[in-house]
Write a protein that binds this ligand. Structure first.
Ligand code: HXC
Length: 262
């Protein structure tokens, strides 16, 4: 934190909580490469900062992000896209960030904006948030995981309908269909709720939190039997952590745990 950024704002508004606000207001936070690189750097910095326990990612009240930058993409050829691994830089968030990231989605979350929100570990939104995967209208398809993550989140038939029609859906729909963990009446309440949850998470053992995220994510890639076996290995491993002793002793002594890994 404290560094100057052009397309994002970075702060630590609560103990243990890192906040990243997408800030490219003239283009409704359209996601172009310079913004993604700043976002990646900020995420990495928080991920390595021992004082941070959880991260909140949000946009403005008007737009979380109105998609990948159409003007940046318009003239690309196959060789540019394939040759330069277009969109690969977007994988930093889902593939390398180990701390929980909560998205607080207000306003437009379209195309790559919807996909970025879905890369986060927990999605919160306000009722009037405007989600959608409108790529089909531009002659392309979702390219940052939308066809996979939306389908897993809300089921094949609904995802297929949304992706084939490019039809938008509201924050209330996102909540009703299970894409959002919580929905809030206002954008302010949405960001506040995300910060509160992040602060709660940041109050637990970093080791336990990291392991929670790791095992839940495994459920997306493994069958139930292998997933449960993986969970058990990690579960056993935590008996080698001081925080397991600290947490269980504190319970028995009816006091608050003072985590070693905080
Ligand atoms: C580039 C964008 C943009 C985008 C908005 N802007 N979205 N620029 N890429 N995705 C720019 C506009 O060109 C305009 O710039 C300014 O932001 C304000 O937008 P307006 O359209 O004037 O605002 P409004 O009338 O309020 O309409 C809001 C909107 C509309 C409904 C969100 O902007 C819109 O439909 N945007 C495109 C949404 C979309 O199709 N997203 C998916 C992109 S494809 P100027 O300079 O004119 O003021 C995608 C592919 C992902 O994301 C695949 C891999 C990542």
């Amino acid at each position: 934190a404290g560094k100057s950024h052009e397309y994002i704002k970075v702060s630590t508004p609560r103990p243990g909580v890192g906040l990243i606000e997408l800030h490219r207001p003239k283009a409704l936070n359209a996601l172009f490469t310079p913004l993604i690189l700043e976002l990646n750097a900020a995420l990495r910095t928080f991920d390595k900062d021992h004082s941070i326990g959880a991260i909140v990612l949000t946009g403005s009240h008007k737009a979380f992000a109105a998609g990948a930058d159409i003007k940046e993409m318009a003239t690309k050829e196959f060789a540019d896209a394939y040759g330069d691994d277009f969109i690969e830089s977007w994988s930093e968030l889902p593939n390398t960030i180990k701390k929980p990231v909560i998205s607080a989605v207000n306003g437009h979350a379209l195309g790559g904006g919807c996909e970025l929100a879905m890369m986060c570990d927990i999605l919160y939104c306000s009722e009037k948030a405007n989600f959608g995967q409108p790529e089909v209208k531009l002659g392309i398809i979702p390219g940052a995981g939308g066809s996979q993550r939306l389908t897993r989140a809300i089921g094949k038939s609904r995802a297929m309908e949304l992706i084939l029609t490019g039809k938008n859906f509201s924050g209330k729909d996102a909540y009703d269909w299970g894409l959002a963990a919580r929905v809030f009446e206002t954008p302010e309440a949405c960001v506040e709720g995300a910060l509160e949850t992040a602060e709660t998470i940041a109050g637990y053992s970093r080791i336990a939190v990291k392991a929670c995220k790791e095992v839940v994510n495994k459920s997306q890639d493994l069958g139930v039997r292998e997933g449960v076996e993986f969970e058990r290995r990690v579960f056993h491993g935590l008996f080698g952590s001081e925080d397991q002793k600290i947490g269980m002793t504190a319970f028995a002594e009816k006091r608050k745990a003072e985590w070693k890994h905080r």
